[in-house]
Design a binder for this molecule. Structure first.
Ligand code: NDP
Length: 282
């Protein structure tokens, strides 16, 4: 017959278990990111820059690449690096064309050497070259598909051995609402982003058993980025009108969701495609 004291201990243990399970947890477990190393492709500008800064604010060391498409791009990269260093994390950055698989492998090796690991990969680098398909030049098709899709494959493949060996990793691909529903004149872009969603799901299946989460975000039109500068104003107005919330997003709207997907709060989410579009796809 158990004595009164042992019954009391058992009851308290049971209560502890129940109350732990029902404890409210913070929506966003930023602490789980401290000391992680994140690679952000295209981290010098727009969405990539906002993501890199948010990850750095959570304590991640950051490696980012950019294309070096001109003097302004170089200045943007230096400015992004300066802003990142202000958050007191380590930063590695240089021009690396995501279409060049050899240089991508070199970049990943440098990050391992300089920052001592890799835990997070954000495949964000992307471009558009809009034309109706009967007028689209082969090089306009190829440059978009190679940047937006091949680039993500090269980086994912290059980091996979490290993530698999440590049985931990978070990959977030920056797709687009146009990978889900297209509009006129973007067959190259829409195909690349639909392909990126396919890559996300395949990678989630193949890397899941090694505790690696692979997800995609699908932003709608995002204000204030270079990519949006090329979109005609009436198309932006139509997008605003079509979205349930009646507004366009900004890079910060995307960054918050990407960082959430990298946190342990999202540990049971993989292979998902999360629209960040103010209800544009509804
Ligand atoms: P930006 O043009 O502001 O930034 C693009 C970044 O990618 C820059 O750092 C650029 O470098 C880099 N980049 C481009 N090509 C390459 C390459 N071949 N190799 C390495 N880096 C490269 O773009 P956004 O912030 O607007 O877009 C970021 C991502 O979000 C893209 O994938 C885009 O498709 C996606 N997206 C954007 C939306 C929007 O409305 N803006 C909506 C939905 C999705 P550099 O500065 O040297 O050119």
């Amino acid at each position: 017959m158990p004595d009164e004291r042992s019954v009391q201990v058992a009851v308290e243990a049971l209560l502890d278990e129940v109350s732990t399970a029902t404890q409210p947890r913070p929506l966003f477990d930023a602490a789980s990111l401290r000391g992680r190393v994140a690679i952000v492709t295209g981290g010098s500008s727009g969405i990539g820059r906002a993501v890199a800064l948010d990850l750095a604010r959570c304590g991640c060391d950051i490696a980012f690449c950019y294309l070096d498409s001109g003097a302004k791009a170089r200045l943007d990269a230096q400015d992004a690096a300066r802003r990142l260093r202000e958050t007191e994390v380590r930063v590695h950055f240089r021009a690396c064309d995501v279409r060049d698989s050899l240089d991508v492998r070199r970049f990943v090796a440098e990050v391992l050497e300089e920052l001592g690991g890799i835990h997070i990969l954000i495949n964000n680098a992307g471009i558009s070259r809009d034309q109706p398909l009967w007028r689209m030049e082969d090089h306009e098709w190829e440059s978009v598909v190679r940047t937006n899709l091949d680039g993500a494959f090269y980086f994912t493949k290059a980091v996979a051995p490290t993530l698999r060996a440590q049985e931990y990793g978070k990959i977030v691909n920056v797709a687009s609402v146009h990978g889900i529903r297209s509009v006129f004149g973007i067959s190259n872009y829409a195909s690349s982003k639909a392909g990126l969603i396919g890559l996300t799901q395949s990678a989630a299946v193949e890397l899941g058993p090694m505790n690696i989460n692979v997800n995609a975000v699908a932003p709608g039109y995002i204000r204030t980025t270079r990519l949006t500068e090329g979109v005609p104003l009436d198309a932006l107005d139509r997008a605003r009108e079509q979205s349930a919330l009646g507004r366009l997003g900004d890079p910060q709207d995307v960054a918050g969701v990407v960082v959430f997907l990298c946190s342990e709060t999202a540990r049971h989410i993989t292979g998902a495609v999360i629209p960040i579009d103010g209800g544009y796809l509804l």
